[in-house]
Design a protein around this ligand. Sequence first.
Ligand code: ZN
Ligand code: ZN
Length: 370
Amino acid sequence: MSRNLEIRSALVTPSANQFVISETWLAPPREKEALVRLVGCGICHTDLTFRHQPAPNGRPRVLGHEGSGVIEAIGPDVTGFLPGDHVVLTFLSCGQCRGCLSGVEAACEMFLPLNFGGCRQDGSHALHDHNGPIHDRFFGQSAFSTYAIAHERNMVRVPTIAPLELLGPFGCGFQTGAGAVINVLKVPSGATVAVFGAGAVGLCAVMMARYLGAITIVVVDVNPQRLELALTLGATHIIDARTADVVHEIRRICGAGVDFSLDTSGHSAAMRQAIDALGWRGVCGLVGVTPGSTDVAFDAGDLLVKSKSIRGIVEGGSAPGSFIPWLVDLYLKGSFPIDRLITLYPFEEINRAAADSLDGRTIKPILVMS
Ligand SMILES: [Zn+2]
Ligand SMILES: [Zn+2]
């Protein structure tokens, strides 16, 4: 395969609030890359945040970083993948830094340029339209598209018996919530946990905390439907942050405070509560922060006296190559019911899916490419 492939992509320009599905051209895979025919792509809040970021030269972007699909062709020197493989696309990592070499690609020191750079490291693009190159390579995929070029380092093979169109969010949202709990916080059986935010990331954290045997799982949100859903997925207590004194309520439920808290909301008030609600030697994980945008005040004396810790967590501290297949297997066995979070939309209805996600109607929208 040597010619450019005519495909369809959801373009976004910073001036427009809407995605516009347009004809684009995808160049063939280069060294270590593959051409993937996408069957689905989840929408994550990072996509909706980046929709409003200015792109250099005013050129459009193609976002989307929870793609799943089938490998159609492989470029030179790809090892471990073949055409026909079912794959989940995840974040890209360099493979050479200390984080990658320690086996935790989520701690890659090149995470920002590789996933948000808008092009390959050599400045080239895989995607073009009539007017020139498009800012692509978002999380090494730009999967709001009918096809994508991915790198062998951000493809994870999944079993063909699994429903491929539902699996894309394992590459970001699902592994972020579940991984924070099992890989980083390492919540043990019998622990008490508070999860702030009952979106896809928070609810995956709840499911994983239940799987690991946490005895008390408190979920805090402002959306009553999501709180009710949390109760069916493992939450033992729910708190509506609009009406309750959250920290007081958590202490009432857990005595001195929780062993672990996880903020998935990214709101500074919720992060402050997640820190304040910890008991002695408690650990607070933060996963919902947009870099450079949020200051959080906390009581440093309380942190010291109670030996509390605060951890920033990217992509669930995951090594996707082993973690995602394990998590998919957990789903297939019924212990990680992510299908309860998903609403499917045709790719053409990407703007409705994005709107439903923002207003809280849908927890995890997935676009299905026909
Ligand atoms: Zn790295
Ligand atoms: Zn994401």
